[in-house]
Design a protein around this ligand. Sequence first.
Ligand SMILES: Cc1cc2nc3c(=O)[nH]c(=O)nc-3n(C[C@H](O)[C@H](O)[C@H](O)COP(=O)(O)OP(=O)(O)OC[C@H]3O[C@@H](n4cnc5c(N)ncnc54)[C@H](O)[C@@H]3O)c2cc1C
Length: 289
Amino acid sequence: MIHDFTYLKPGTLQEALSMLSKHKDECKIICGGQSLLIVMRQGLLVTDYLIDIKGLKELSYIAYDEEGLKIGATTTHRTIETSEMIKQKYPVLVAVEKRLASIQVRNWGTIAGNLAHGDSSGDLAPTLIALDAKIKLASFRGNRVVPLEEFYTGLFETAMEKDELVVEVQIPPGRPKTAVAYKKFNLIENDQAIVGVAAAVTVENGGACKEARVVLSNAGVTPIRARSAEMALIGKKLAGPLLVKAGEAASGDADPVSDIHASEDYRRHLIRVLTERMVKQAWGQASHS
Ligand SMILES: Cc1cc2nc3c(=O)[nH]c(=O)nc-3n(C[C@H](O)[C@H](O)[C@H](O)COP(=O)(O)OP(=O)(O)OC[C@H]3O[C@@H](n4cnc5c(N)ncnc54)[C@H](O)[C@@H]3O)c2cc1C
């Protein structure tokens, strides 16, 4: 049962920030409601006020310039999935969105709702961290921009203050000889990841790996950067044993739990395999870009 609350519907971002500032100790933001309503219905979250930002058109946009891609907070998954520009410039994002939830959820759920929910099994956070994304937060006090990598602080916890909301996701322009790949393992098509791995690889002219990011989903309480795997790759040339080493390193960097979906050992095995495959895929695409 959902407990009673007062529903507030701001007409502008400024109005939303003012409401948030006034009710910060007793309110929650709702956008698409795809995740929030589940936890409210389960009685895991009780709030006095709900501030509905879904109608804020000023936060629904996709823009690209020399600074890179900017996606407004209330932009839906489906809008990202069907953006021709994103498909051209950040194909991994479109690929991720196509396998994220059902089309019904994608039609209504938003990028900021997905990221702010702080579920470590989410697909977008690891992909966006591999893309070196930042998140712009706004409050009545002003704005700040945080690397997405630093946004996650614990189980369903983020660096957002009580009076802040996410207004934009920022992704730098694609770099030459760089590619990003993401794959999740799940038993039901388009379900949440049992584990997922994003890999970003930049290749030097000589063919060696110049930079690498390996980011894991559902392998701990937050998205995890597998730094030992990244260190194993940088400066090396692509080879089978190197992929195996990176996979083992990523598996060691992970901190997965055993639950009804998979044991800890099985998750570590999956991380090993997916890291090998995603690094190989990103490396191949980067070499030919
Ligand atoms: C059946 C199902 C399957 C799913 N499968 C996947 C999947 O495969 N992969 C995946 O990554 N996700 C999956 N999801 C999660 C889904 O992507 C999210 O539910 C959705 O994106 C959340 O967006 P929303 O706008 O509905 O957020 P809401 O549910 O409205 O909000 C979610 C949380 O974010 C906060 N919030 C929302 N917007 C803001 C903002 N602008 N600033 C600050 N806080 C904000 C809310 O307060 C709440 O805590 C699934 C969800 C469902 C229901």
